[in-house]
Design a binder for this molecule. Structure first.
Ligand code: MN
Ligand code: MN
Length: 307
C-alpha cells in the first residue's frame, strides 16, 4: 500500500510544514501509513525552526499522482494545493481558513475551526487520541502558532492559540518570547533576495468575481527596506502577472514589530483595493495601520469589494 501524503499549501509557511509533520506523526501513531511532504522548500523562518528542533525538511512534491490518498492541512482551496488535486483522493482536511473552491468525489473527514493556526487544532486531535507529542514535533507546532499569529499579535489569534502555544512551548523546552522573536526575525532577511523571490515567499491566489487576485505577504522589521525596492518589485509583479494570468497583484509588506502593513498594488481593478480598505493608493501604495493578517484583514475585505 502506498503512503498517504500529508501536506499544506503551496509556498509553505511554518504552519503548512509544521502541521503536516505533526498530523502525519499523529496519523502514523494511529496506525495509518503517512508521509509529511511539502509543496515547496521551507522559508528561512521554517528552516530556523526545523534546525532548532533537529528535523529535516519534508520532501518536496509537485504532483501526488492520480488516485493517491492525501490529507490536507492548513488549506483547502484547490488553487493553493497540489497541482493534481482534482485527481487525488482527499481523505481529510484539517484547516483554519475559509472554505472555497473545494469539492471531493468521496466522503471525507473535514475539520475546520476558526482559530489562529492549524497546529492548534492538531494539538487538540493529539489530546483527543491520547497520543503523546515528541519534543521536536511540539517544537514545530509551537513555531507554527508563533508564525501564524505573529507571536500572538495577529487578530486571528484566539485564547486557544495562546494556551496551545504555552503548552507546546513547555513540551518543546523553549522560552516563547525569546525563541519566538528569533524565529520570526529569521524570516525577515530580505536584502539578499531578488524581487521575484520576495513576491513568491508567501503568496496565494484567490479568484474574486472574474479576476485572478494574487496576494503576497512579506514580514519585515523595516517597511522601507522593502519599499525602497518598489520599482524592482513592480517590474517583477508585471512579469509574473503576465506569465501566470494574475489580474491584480497585491503585495502586503508587514512590519512584525509595529503590526502595520503597507500595500503595493499592481494590475487592475485598483479601485477595488481602495474600496476594500477605504483608502487612496498613492504611487500604488497605501499604509494600513494595524493590519497584519491576510486571512482576516485583507482577503475578506477584498472579497466584499469584489462582490
Ligand atoms: Mn499557512
Ligand atoms: Mn495556518
Amino acid at each position: 500500500m502506498s503512503k498517504i501524503l500529508v501536506f499544506g499549501h503551496q509556498n509553505p509557511d511554518t504552519d503548512a510544514i509544521g502541521a503536516a509533520i505533526a498530523f502525519s506523526h499523529l496519523q502514523n501513531e494511529l496506525g495509518k501509513t503517512t508521509e509529511a511532504v511539502a509543496l515547496g522548500t521551507p522559508s528561512e523562518e521554517t528552516q530556523y525552526a526545523l534546525d532548532h528542533f533537529g528535523l529535516t525538511a519534508p520532501r518536496v512534491v509537485e504532483a501526488a499522482g492520480a488516485g493517491t490518498d492525501v490529507m490536507l492541512v492548513d488549506h483547502n482551496e484547490f488553487q493553493q494545493s497540489i497541482s493534481d488535486i482534482a485527481e487525488v483522493n482527499v481523505l481529510s482536511v484539517v484547516d483554519h481558513h475559509r472554505i472555497a473552491n473545494f469539492e471531493t468525489a468521496n466522503p471525507l473527514y473535514y475539520r475546520a475551526e476558526p482559530v489562529g493556526c492549524t497546529s492548534t487544532i492538531v494539538l487538540k486531535m493529539f489530546k483527543e487520541s491520547g497520543v503523546t507529542i515528541p519534543k521536536a514535533i511540539a517544537g514545530m507546532m509551537v513555531s507554527a502558532i508563533i508564525s501564524d499569529t505573529l507571536l500572538f499579535k495577529s487578530p486571528t489569534c484566539t485564547d486557544e492559540d495562546v494556551r496551545a502555544a504555552k503548552e507546546l512551548a513547555t513540551l518543546a523546552e523553549i522560552d516563547l518570547d525569546v525563541y519566538g522573536l528569533e524565529m520570526l526575525k529569521a524570516g525577515t532577511k530580505l536584502s539578499d533576495k531578488s524581487a521575484e523571490v520576495l513576491l513568491d515567499l508567501d503568496a496565494k491566489s484567490f479568484p474574486m468575481a472574474d479576476k485572478n487576485v494574487r496576494i503576497a505577504q512579506i514580514n519585515t522589521v523595516d517597511l522601507s527596506e522593502v519599499m525602497d525596492r518598489q520599482a524592482e518589485l513592480e517590474a517583477a509583479m508585471a512579469e509574473t502577472s503576465t506569465a501566470n494570468g494574475y489580474d491584480l497583484f497585491i503585495l502586503v509588506v508587514t512590519n512584525i514589530l509595529d503590526s502595520d502593513s503597507e500595500l503595493l498594488v499592481f494590475g487592475e481593478p485598483k479601485e477595488k483595493v481602495e474600496e476594500a480598505f477605504a483608502t487612496k493608493l498613492v504611487n500604488n501604495r497605501a499604509l494600513l495601520k494595524g493590519v497584519v493578517s491576510r486571512k482576516k484583514q485583507v482577503v475578506p475585505q477584498l472579497t466584499e469589494a469584489f462582490a
